[in-house]
Design a protein around this ligand. Structure first.
Ligand code: 2BA
Length: 109
C-alpha cells in the first residue's frame, strides 16, 4: 500500500476531490499553507494499493493546472532612507507537488 500526499492549489481542490470520488479513490483534504508564498493551498492524503498509484497520479495530473502567481517579497518595516519598494516577481505554481510514501500498516477500527 502507498500513501500519496499531493499539494495542490486551492483553485483545483474541488475539481480534484470530485474526480477522485468519481474514480472511486478515497481521500482526505487538509488546509495547508505554502512555505514560500505563505498562501493557502490544499494537501490531499490518498491511501491506495500499489497497483492504483498510476491511476491516482493521472487523476491528479488531469485536474491540476500550472499557474503563474505574483509574489511580493517581504518589505523592510523601518522607515529609514535604506527602505525600498520591492517589485512583485512571478513564480510558476503547480499543477501538483506529489510524494508517494510506503505504508507500513493500515488499520480501520
Ligand atoms: P509554496 O512554498 O508557497 O511555493 C509556491 C511556488 O513558489 C512553488 O511552486 C515554486 O514555484 C516557488 N518557490 C518555492 N520555493 C521557492 C524558492 N525557495 N525560491 C524560488 N521559488 C520558490 P511549486 O513548486 O509548484 O510548489 C507548490 C507548493 O507545494 C509549495 O507552495 C509548497 O506548499 C509545496 N511544496 C513544494 N515543494 C515541496 C517540498 N519539497 N516539500 C514540501 N512541500 C512542497
Amino acid at each position: 500500500m502507498k500513501m500519496i500526499v499531493a499539494i495542490v492549489q486551492d483553485k483545483d481542490s474541488n475539481r480534484l476531490s470530485g474526480a477522485l470520488v468519481k474514480a472511486n479513490f478515497r481521500a482526505t483534504k487538509l488546509a495547508s499553507t505554502g512555505g514560500f508564498l505563505r498562501a493557502g493551498n490544499t494537501t490531499f492524503m490518498i491511501g491506495v494499493d500499489d497497483d492504483q498509484v498510476g491511476a491516482v497520479l493521472n487523476v491528479i495530473r488531469n485536474n491540476c493546472k500550472v499557474r503563474d502567481q505574483l509574489v511580493t517579497p517581504v518589505t523592510p518595516l523601518s522607515g529609514t532612507t535604506d527602505s525600498y519598494m520591492p517589485l512583485p516577481v512571478e513564480v510558476q505554481v503547480g499543477g501538483a507537488t506529489v510524494f508517494v510514501l510506503p505504508v507500513e500498516r493500515f488499520e480501520q477500527f
